[in-house]
Design a binder for this molecule. Structure first.
Ligand code: AMP
Length: 219
């Protein structure tokens, strides 16, 4: 299975990618997670990306393309991958296409998760994550809890720096201007499938799997 999960920030790409990744034992490649780890570890990439990410802007294409080339060339990705957060510009989409043809890959499907903008703002403002296991929660799910329901870590919930309303609106604006045009690139080649991202997590997961079955990506 080689898929790109595409859609606005907060539409649920990461959540769906994690589920598919564990169901099919395929690596989940989240460029946002890779960058956040680099920022935490203060690597060269992290130092370059940290402030850009806090402003909700895009990290330069050449850095992102280098990172994705290295990742997709690594062993765990040889039998498949779920890309989450890449490509985010048409320059990245073109570089990815070139990389796929170098690697002899021609079966990539893009899943476009769709959602209304106001719903996205509300979802992201109420989003919290566990800094130990990375699980994402709605603030209501963890109300009054001190321990993470997934990994039991104590006092590990946090709000991402880029999940404040002002930065969220900026990220959505950038999505609409820089990232959305990428869709045309895949639609033109009949490689994009649109799925309503506003259902419950299991419903969206089922819809994705139905669509992948139709395309014979899964049996
Ligand atoms: P995400 O977790 O996917 O929402 O990504 C968080 C932030 O990481 C984004 O707002 C960008 O600043 C940066 N980022 C992640 N993926 C990319 C990408 N493909 N191109 C540029 N910046 C990215």
């Amino acid at each position: 299975m080689r898929i790109i999960l595409f859609g606005s920030p907060g539409v649920g790409k990461g959540t769906q990618a994690k589920i598919l990744s564990s169901e099919y034992d395929i690596p989940h490649i989240s460029t946002g997670d890779i960058l956040r780890k680099a920022v935490r570890e203060k690597t060269e990439l992290g130092l370059k990306a940290g402030q850009i990410m806090e402003r909700g802007e895009l990290v330069p294409d050449e850095l992102m393309i280098g990172l994705i080339k290295e990742t997709l060339n690594s062993d765990p990705c040889h039998n498949g991958f779920i890309l989450d957060g890449f490509p985010r510009t048409t320059v990245q989409a073109m570089a990815l296409d070139k990389l796929f043809s170098e690697l002899g890959i021609n079966d990539v499907i893009l899943i476009h998760l769709t959602a209304d903008e106001e719903e996205i703002v509300s979802r992201l403002s109420n989003r919290r994550a566990c800094k130990e296991c990375g699980t994402i929660f709605n603030i209501k799910e963890i109300e009054g809890l001190s321990n993470c329901p997934k990994c039991n870590a104590l006092n590990s919930f946090y709000q991402r720096n880029d999940d404040t309303e002002e930065v969220i609106r900026h990220r959505i604006k950038i999505y609409n201007t820089e990232t959305k045009p990428v869709l045309g690139y895949y639609e033109k080649n009949g490689k994009a499938i649109a799925i309503d991202g506003l259902g419950s997590i299991p419903e969206v997961n089922e819809e994705i799997k139905k669509a992948l079955e139709k395309r014979n990506v899964i049996g």
